[in-house]
Design a protein. Sequence first.
Length: 168
Amino acid sequence: MRNLLLLLCISFTATAIQAQRPSSPAHAPHDREAMKVKMDLLHTAYFSEGLELTSEEAKAFWPVWESGKDAMHAVQDSVKFIHDAVKENSLKPLEFDQLMQTFMELSIHKAELMNQEMLKVAEIIGSQRAMKIPSLEKEFRLRMVKMRERQMPAEDKKAFGKTGRTNR
């Protein structure tokens, strides 16, 4: 009888562990890098088509775009660090003042980076096509959200609702 109970406990534990695994291999943590590469390829194709880049323009455009993206990520990482520090709520008023000043400087720096990138891109592809970039970026993100929603199981769609946030 004791062995039977032990066997039942082990089988229920194994079933519970199995039930918590991701339903799709694309959502496994070790495949995140592969998913990022796929998203980058889709983004590149979408922008190349949307901006109607020639091969010469693409050779000049993508290095500028990538360096701008890397600079923006560095700023975003700094902003995230500030948000995390504020969430801890263990800072003194003077430290909050310093963080606020740094946050404002980062916001200005981010805007300057975006403006510099737009000017560099406009030199390569012209201002008319450069001005398409913000709407292409928005359209691409929307397509990716819709594609993700189509792949999402029905019960997850109900949990996330229309906004993509949990309905709790």
